[in-house]
Design a protein around this ligand. Sequence first.
Ligand SMILES: *[C@@H]1O[C@H](CO)[C@@H](O)[C@H](O)[C@H]1NC(C)=O
Ligand SMILES: *[C@@H]1O[C@H](CO)[C@@H](O)[C@H](O)[C@H]1NC(C)=O
Ligand SMILES: *[C@@H]1O[C@H](CO)[C@@H](O)[C@H](O)[C@H]1NC(C)=O
Ligand SMILES: *[C@@H]1O[C@H](CO)[C@@H](O)[C@H](O)[C@H]1NC(C)=O
Ligand SMILES: *[C@@H]1O[C@H](CO)[C@@H](O)[C@H](O)[C@H]1NC(C)=O
Ligand SMILES: *[C@@H]1O[C@H](CO)[C@@H](O)[C@H](O)[C@H]1NC(C)=O
Ligand SMILES: *[C@@H]1O[C@H](CO)[C@@H](O)[C@H](O)[C@H]1NC(C)=O
Ligand SMILES: [Ca+2]
Length: 524
Amino acid sequence: MLLQAVLLLLHCLASTLGQYELCKSLVSTDDGSVWEHYACQPKAASMKDYMRIKVDPPGITCGNPPEKFCTLENPYLCSDECDASNPDLAHPPQLMQDRERSGLITYWQTVSWSRYPEPLLANISMSWNKSLELTDDIQITFEYGRPTIMVLEKSMDHGRSWQPYQYYADDCLDAFNMPPRRVRDLSPANITRVICTEQYSRWVGSKNDKNVKFEVRARFAVFAGARLQNMDNLYTRMESMKGLRDFFTFTNLRLRLLKPALGGTYVQRENLSKYFYAISNIEVPARCKCNLHASQCLLQDGNLQCQCEHNTTGQDCQRCKKGFKAKSWKAGSYLPTPNGSPNTCFETPLIQNCECYGHSNRCSYIDYLNIVTCVSCKHNTRGQNCQHCRLGYFRNASAELDDESVCIECNCNQLGSLHDRCNGTGFCQCKDGATGPKCDDCFPGYYWKQGCYPNICDEEMLLCQNGGTCYQNQKCICPPEYKGVLCQQSRCEGGKDCNAASSSHLPMATLLRGVCLILLLRPT
Ligand SMILES: *[C@@H]1O[C@H](CO)[C@@H](O)[C@H](O)[C@H]1NC(C)=O
Ligand SMILES: *[C@@H]1O[C@H](CO)[C@@H](O)[C@H](O)[C@H]1NC(C)=O
Ligand SMILES: *[C@@H]1O[C@H](CO)[C@@H](O)[C@H](O)[C@H]1NC(C)=O
Ligand SMILES: *[C@@H]1O[C@H](CO)[C@@H](O)[C@H](O)[C@H]1NC(C)=O
Ligand SMILES: *[C@@H]1O[C@H](CO)[C@@H](O)[C@H](O)[C@H]1NC(C)=O
Ligand SMILES: *[C@@H]1O[C@H](CO)[C@@H](O)[C@H](O)[C@H]1NC(C)=O
Ligand SMILES: *[C@@H]1O[C@H](CO)[C@@H](O)[C@H](O)[C@H]1NC(C)=O
Ligand SMILES: [Ca+2]
């Protein structure tokens, strides 16, 4: 009884703080103890500990060969040396994510801008191989000045596609043709707008402010209040406002550094050793995205993995476990407060062994075969367990059997293929002369005109003769005095008028052509 009270108390406390840390708790009822389930999410963590970091282009990191650097404040002070072969003087990328012992700042540093006026460009790519949700400001700490121009980008699909997250410049109009904005000017209606800010790029004298932020807290505050005291309101919006949750979701981040700090308006060409990038820390406070189906996210085989509850599974708990597909999968819901709805996956025991990989939830028993088989398989599947693709579809190799997009349409070209079916890798069966996975190309020696047909003429074997030209491999366009498929035949061949000339040593064709020309040019 006491334990139950404590759990309940814990739970209430968690909910009011908008924490959602518990997926379930044991509750006593008249019928004994039962599990109660709630929407839940993992704690926020410092994700720099798990990030894989890569810098581009190759050779952008300083120290190979060793180089001396000056500072912007005092260009005569050039005591900093970078030497990749000396651990004390090297500045490799991992120093952007290390845990610094008190007082000792460690940083990644680039080569200097010795190739001015060619731009000094660098990309920093950060990947996690896991969907994450920002919980606080991203903060990048620059030693020796913040860049004059840079862009923060994000990917939500492991780096396949990218989108800008925020632009940073000392002059937004000039650099990106965007009006400068501040996050605090955003309203609930345009909170997910991608802006350009001048707040973090202006030169503010010496070591005044080293940080560049992507403001998450200020965006949360629009809904949750200045001290984030009303997280429930934020979560309510996350459920109702299209795109709001996605805005804070990412699997990869990329910093594109486009112009270093100048310490003034102009670049001093006579001494370029004071222009470079140096980053000592990249802080990414976030939590694993587990679709409100896990309260823990652990490192497994080097990758973050949600510890899925509610009979869900997958890296992000994004589907129902095998045998728990009575209803289609749904993300957990923060609503209704205080507990949220877990949207648990339920067992599918409608008939024993009715496994349809989520493409059907009905089976029937076939008496004379003594088998249970799925009925009405959806998503273009078929088979006893909906485990095959319908004719005219083929298996999507990157999708699991229970994925809605497991079957891809063959899309065979109707004119070039024998039928609309394809083999296991999507190749259609082509008619004579047609080729390509979908039979929409022709073999050499064939041309396409509502199907593939053998060339009538070409530039090699089937040359049009007597000055004829080959039109799209389909026919020879002959000079007026010739005819035939290859213009090989003179129009006056055998005609009475053609016999007039009598020069015997000329080849017959030349002779005929000459005669015809005379006939054609003859005044009437
Ligand atoms: C330019 O840099 C060099 C080091 O490469 C330094 O010795 C010199 O004092 C600097 N000169 C000026 C004018 O900044
Ligand atoms: C940075 O990444 C972008 C996008 O892939 C690419 O276009 C650009 O060339 C990269 N820059 C450098 C310096 O590698
Ligand atoms: C990414 O994570 C998935 C799921 O945990 C794993 O199967 C895959 O091997 C990982 N990829 C890399 C490059 O670590
Ligand atoms: C967002 O909306 C507010 C109020 O409607 C407006 O003042 C502000 O300029 C807008 N910001 C952007 C970036 O569109
Ligand atoms: C998940 O399935 C198991 C086995 O049927 C069951 O004991 C458990 O209560 C289920 N969990 C939830 C959250 O429904
Ligand atoms: C194949 O499956 C993957 C994973 O579900 C999906 O992202 C992709 O769009 C599918 N491909 C096609 C052509 O439907
Ligand atoms: C499908 O046909 C193509 C082309 O003939 C072949 O390369 C491929 O291996 C075939 N795939 C399967 C699964 O048979
Ligand atoms: Ca560091």
